[in-house]
Design a protein around this ligand. Structure first.
Ligand code: ZN
Length: 308
């Protein structure tokens, strides 16, 4: 019995193969997503990579996660600014390859579920990813909290500083325009006239370069304060901060220090902040576990998980 988990990122796609009921992959592979070559081109390359490790007719369950708004009831990707794909039924396309026992999920939701499933005994968990943008997934009592429009956790575009830096969404002062990777780079370019990677910017701040310290500390302050307010509102058992920028030791420490300064302290309230622990990737473990749990429900009810 072979299960397949796929995480489609803006830059690279991760494929992992799992035998029987193991949560340790027997095979892991990566390839460039190259989304602007088009969806059909991507599907062809994906099927070739998967075929190296698994006979498509032998896949038991498959799961795919990706950045963007996903209608999980149909497996349709509504819109992904990172990939440039719009109104694509990924479930239909993948089920043509691997059968209809699969799920399509938003990557932050999948990552939250993956981290939750990696911590037995935890009731609720919030996963925040801080990289180019900022996103969040929420799991409570084993359920992903999606909201009424499937848009719960879209924290990157919440306004934290009216009239602040311009965001890719066209508005000003969004959380990710101030504290996300692209936001930090844009501010450095606009204020200091330099084009630098997020890592270079954080390194210059860590070395004490005043202009960079100001931008980076301001970003961390807004993010730490936002997370403190959010944790005060939701009170999860664990907050996991992931993403390339969220895992950067210098930036992470700044954010966590600001968090500690702003959150509301109550007797017996313990806030647990942890790095991601699900390997090879929280989203991969999330879609693996979701597809398996959907599979259980599928066998109970009908031959198809979705009516497409
Ligand atoms: Zn925005």
């Amino acid at each position: 019995m072979t299960d397949l988990a796929i995480d489609v990122g803006g830059t690279k796609t991760l494929v992992a193969v799992f035998e029987d009921d193991s949560v340790k992959p027997s095979e892991v592979d990566r390839f460039p997503t190259d989304p602007y070559a088009g969806l059909e081109n991507f599907i062809t390359r994906l099927s070739k990579v998967c075929a190296k490790y698994v006979d498509p007719s032998n896949v038991r369950y498959w799961g795919l996660c990706t950045a963007g708004a996903v209608d999980v009831s149909t497996g349709r990707l509504i819109w992904s600014p990172n990939l440039g794909w719009k109104d694509v039924n990924l479930y239909e396309r993948l089920s043509q390859l691997f059968g209809n026992q699969g799920i399509v999920e938003n990557d932050c939701n999948a990552a939250a579920y993956g981290e939750w499933s990696a911590r037995p005994g935890i009731d609720s968990l919030v996963y925040v990813t801080v990289s180019t943008g900022i996103g969040m997934g929420i799991v409570s009592s084993g359920r992903i909290i999606r909201g009424s429009h499937g848009a719960a956790g879209e924290i990157g575009h919440t306004t934290v500083l009216p009239d602040g830096p311009e965001c890719t969404c066209g508005r000003r002062g969004c959380l990710q325009a101030i504290a996300g990777g692209r936001g930090l780079s844009s501010q450095v370019e606009r204020l200091l006239g330099k084009r630098l990677s997020t890592e270079e910017i954080i390194d210059l701040a860590r070395e004490g370069e005043p202009e960079y310290v100001e931008i980076v500390v301001k970003g961390a302050m807004f993010l730490g304060r936002f997370l403190a307010n959010m944790i005060d509102a939701l009170d999860p058992a664990v907050l996991v901060i992931g993403g390339s920028l969220g895992k950067n030791p210098h930036y992470r420490k700044l954010v966590v220090d600001f968090f500690a300064k702003f959150y509301y302290i109550l007797p017996d309230k313990t806030v647990v902040i942890e790095p991601p622990s699900a390997e090879p990737d929280p989203g991969i473990i999330g879609v693996l576990q979701l597809s398996r749990s959907m599979g259980v429900r599928k066998n109970e009810k009908s031959d198809k998980i979705f009516s497409s």
